[in-house]
Design a protein around this ligand. Structure first.
Ligand SMILES: Cc1cc2nc3c(=O)[nH]c(=O)nc-3n(C[C@H](O)[C@H](O)[C@H](O)COP(=O)(O)OP(=O)(O)OC[C@H]3O[C@@H](n4cnc5c(N)ncnc54)[C@H](O)[C@@H]3O)c2cc1C
Length: 240
């Protein structure tokens, strides 16, 4: 695909959408947002934008779609597989302002969050009401829930509890043409049409921009034990 290079007119349009203060073209920011935690790669975007509302993201996507400008979503930039690297330049949409926990529904064991919420912050908040969100990538102190969904991240607790995929009920997302959709419903049983929710999980930002996530929660375990199993040989770990 041949992509369009950004012109000053495109930058002006982006400034009209999100405001001048949230459009960055300076060297320092382009370099900062041109890398994540993947080795030493740097792919500088042509512009970084920090939208504050879903409708602003929709407008950005419409503009990019009309002019064939590449768009890369970015959470906290802790990815190790280059998903947030803008290899074709274009626009980085940073989701850092989308950092609100919108609702913790204690009766239905669910929470609705914005994708920029940090995993650790979310875990601590749900703990306060005796609920538990298990996915625990080692980067949990700095990675965002949107990035976790886009990578279906998991950590040590995945062995017992599963990964991010197992906790996503529904997603609000902005499609490449600017349409805003919900992928499913806030229920465990939902069998209408294709499973767009699970299509989005693990899609690494290639299908659209995640703007809200509804997570399933479970009751906070009463006990938390660390088990130490001494093994004379590593291969005995996989023997029954
Ligand atoms: C020290 C360290 C330890 C780590 N440990 C683990 C681990 O134990 N398990 C594990 O799975 N990973 C681990 N990671 C990798 C990384 O932290 C995870 O993949 C994490 O989920 C990335 O989240 P992020 O917010 O930093 O996303 P980013 O790096 O910003 O982006 C990751 C991907 O998500 C997409 N994305 C981000 N936000 C959105 C959005 N709103 N809509 C659409 N797409 C979006 C990006 O385009 C990109 O493809 C580790 C990383 C580090 C540096």
């Amino acid at each position: 695909m041949n992509y369009t290079k950004l012109s000053q007119e495109h930058i002006n349009s982006l400034q009209q959408i999100v405001g001048k203060d949230d459009v960055y073209t300076d060297h320092e920011n382009l370099e900062k947002y041109g890398q994540d935690e993947t080795e030493d790669f740097i792919f500088k975007p042509e512009v970084v934008v920090k939208p504050k509302t879903v409708s602003q993201i929709s407008e950005i996507m419409k503009l990019a779609n009309a002019y064939k400008i590449p768009v890369t979503a970015r959470g906290a930039g802790t990815g190790l597989s280059g998903g947030a690297l803008p290899i074709h330049g274009g626009i980085i949409i940073s989701m850092e302002y989308f950092n609100n926990i919108l609702q913790i529904d204690e009766r239905n064991l669910q929470a609705t969050v914005e994708p920029g919420v940090i995993n650790y912050v979310f875990q601590e908040e749900v703990k306060k009401v005796n609920l538990f969100y298990p996915p625990d990538p080692a980067s949990w102190g700095s990675c965002s829930l949107g990035g976790n969904v886009a990578h279906s991240s998991g950590g040590p607790k995945a062995v017992k509890y599963g990964t991010t995929r197992d906790y996503v009920l529904n997603i609000e997302m902005v499609l490449p043409n600017g349409d805003i959709i919900w992928t499913g419903a806030n229920t465990l049983k939902y069998s209408t049409g294709y499973n767009l929710t699970h299509l989005m999980v693990g899609s690494e930002g290639t299908l659209g921009i995640i703007t809200k996530i509804v997570f399933k929660l479970i009751p906070l375990p009463k006990h938390d034990l660390l088990m130490l199993v001494p093994l004379p040989q590593l291969k005995k770990l996989v023997r029954q």
